[in-house]
Design a protein around this ligand. Sequence first.
Ligand code: FES
Ligand code: CO
Length: 330
Amino acid sequence: MSQPALARFWHPICTSDEVTEQPRRFTLLDDFVVAFRDENCVAAFRDLCIHRGAALSLGWVRDGTLVCPYHGWQYDRSGACVKIPSRPADAPIPAAAKAQAYHVQEKYGLVWVGMEEPAADIPLFPGDVYGKPGWKSFISYREVWNTSAARAVENFMDFSHFPYVHTGILGTEETAEIAPYTVEKREDGLFYFLEQEEPSELYGAGGKQKVRYEYTLVVPFTIHLKKIELGTGRETIISQLTLPRTSKTTELFVFILRNHSLDEADTPFQEFTNNIMEQDRVVVQSQRPEELPDSLREELHIKVPDAASLLYRQRLASLAKVEVFGPYGA
Ligand code: FES
Ligand code: CO
């Protein structure tokens, strides 16, 4: 889908500790971003000096400004050039001498960038439980996949691959049939759930409990899976926050949040999830084209189980349309 439409959303470029006073380059939407920290606040620009196109990420921070490495132009955190050292100090600075400053926020231990005025807030976790008492959160998995962000999200949304990609862990061929399910369309995305009986030693040998899996998708690239054990009330949220680096490379930040096992180590949860993500990675990286096809007709979807991903593709397509026709009207 078109990059201009995506420029109006927040994207997580890295973890907070990765942005220091030393400017650093990140990749977002087929372009480069420079981020640096100044007096505990992050600033981000397009990684390009307006003077002669040098990468600002090769520069350094001085007196709260970012200094271009080539001829030393200095930009304040709003992007305005405040000093051109080769000119007399009293010579006016051209108004066009600006770095392209982006919107920046830190949330969930990540740095988020909006290249244009963001059309929506940074997505919340289901129930807004991140950082709340009784919940524990950590980043379980972080990798760059050779695929588009949309393919990576669609994989996370999809449960009909479980018996094949995650055989013996999340299903077997005998359980491949999917019951019809309903997808709720929400203003910011989609919601759907399924329920099934699962073995649980909590109920003794051979015991079972009902488990509900809730999927919450926030367009364009955030997808949450909340597992609720209806018998015990234990909840586990696995969330994929997805960074569209280029149209064919995508960085995944997978969080695990839980309201149980708080005194236990994260490791077992991490190992389980990361193993699954690596199984997914092999298949998703094999998909061609890497980006979703432009037309919904190009791949063959069937209603069950593909209803959710079809609606997701429609949502992405309509985002792109708003960019083409609005805000100037049809
Ligand atoms: Fe940046 Fe010349 S290219 S100051
Ligand atoms: Co999978």
